[in-house]
Design a binder for this molecule. Structure first.
Ligand SMILES: NC(=O)c1ccc[n+]([C@@H]2O[C@H](COP(=O)([O-])OP(=O)(O)OC[C@H]3O[C@@H](n4cnc5c(N)ncnc54)[C@H](O)[C@@H]3O)[C@@H](O)[C@H]2O)c1
Length: 315
């Protein structure tokens, strides 16, 4: 699957991620078939496509004409055979449950030709485990997008124990064709790289909140405008070199033993969950929300992410 711009992709699952992933394939010239087992999910995906286009056009990353071309490249189907007929690449993004993913893998493999790559968007289930049900585990790989998938530039490309070099190379090329940045994860560990780092940050942020060290607002402000702002420009490992490994050694000697090593869930989160406060989906979690605030946050997030991407890529 190299060079040619007419390739066909099946995106399996049209939820939060699948709808944005399909829109991204379609807008980069792939004939894209979005498959789901629920008709209402496919209907929602059509609204999601319109939202993706509106955001990208608003940010100057897409024209109305591009949106029309993308719309023409994207078809929606409940028919598995129709979704998979003659495809060159499969992007799986069904719920994060091993049995559902493995059932999809078992359905897909006999319906596609031997060279077709099956790429999973799992957030952290080892690729090697997913591929256990496959006849061709060498063609199975992780292709982990971040949410919102049409906006976050990096995609982790995770090698299972049996994933071969050709599969890895082709998947990297597909990511590049999508205008995204591929980063290869060589070892198939739970959570891969992105979620391990993110969960380490969230564990410490929740620990600070539980301990009353600072308010939720203050913790988020420091993380966004201190750490996040800096990390968009310099990675944590390069930052260590810039700060000096001797300084790190001195600070880590007293700080590391004091950091959270909680293996369970924070007390604050446990209490909120018990009270049915799950975040924006229940209009309340660690913060309180009105429906207007939720809409504003979603629109503002897209706008700010695109503005930062423009600033970072044009600098
Ligand atoms: N939501 C996120 O922020 C996020 C970020 C990165 C990765 N992921 C991963 O992406 C995957 C999908 O997550 P999501 O949030 O989009 O889930 P979701 O629940 O929003 O969507 C899953 C979709 O899969 C469909 N589905 C269920 N069984 C199916 C089957 N057998 N065949 C085809 N479709 C089927 C469902 O109807 C639903 O539309 C998960 O592995 C998740 O861990 C999610």
């Amino acid at each position: 699957m190299t060079g040619d711009t007419r390739q066909t992709v099946a995106v399996m699952g049209s939820g939060t991620m699948g709808s944005g992933i399909a829109a991204t394939f379609a807008r980069h010239g792939f004939q894209t078939r979005l498959y789901d087992v629920q008709a209402e999910q496919l209907e929602k995906a059509k609204d999601a496509f319109a939202f993706v286009c509106k955001t990208l056009i608003g940010g100057g990353f897409m024209t109305e004409a591009d949106a029309e071309t993308a719309r023409a490249n994207l078809t929606y189907t409940l028919d598995l055979n129709e979704a998979l007929a003659g495809v060159d690449f499969v992007a799986e993004t069904v719920p994060e449950k091993l049995e559902i993913k493995q059932a999809v893998f078992k359905q897909v493999e006999p319906l596609v030709s031997d060279e077709v790559i099956i790429a999973s968007n799992t957030s952290g289930i080892p690729i090697t485990t997913l591929a256990e049900v496959c006849q061709r585990p060498n063609r199975v790989i992780g292709m982990h997008w971040s949410n919102p998938p049409h906006l976050i530039p990096v995609i982790e490309v995770i090698r299972g124990r049996q994933t071969d070099d050709a599969t890895t190379e082709t998947t990297k090329q597909v990511v590049e064709r999508l205008g995204m940045i591929p980063a290869v994860v060589d070892k198939d560990v739970p959570g891969f790289v992105e979620n391990r780092i993110l969960y380490a940050i969230m564990r410490e942020a929740l620990h600070l909140l539980d301990e009353g060290v600072a308010s939720a607002e203050a913790i988020d402000t420091i993380a966004k405008w201190g750490i996040g702002y800096k990390l968009a420009v310099i990675g944590p490992l390069e930052l260590l070199d810039v700060a000096g490994l001797d300084i790190y050694t001195s600070v880590a000697a007293y700080l590391n033993p004091d950091l959270s090593c909680e293996t369970g869930v924070s007390a604050t989160v446990a209490d909120k969950v018990a009270a049915g406060k799950l975040g924006i989906k229940t209009q309340g979690g660690l913060f309180d929300y009105t429906p207007e605030r939720i809409q504003e946050l979603q629109q503002q997030r897209g706008k700010l992410l695109l503005a930062s991407k423009k600033a970072l890529t044009q600098a």
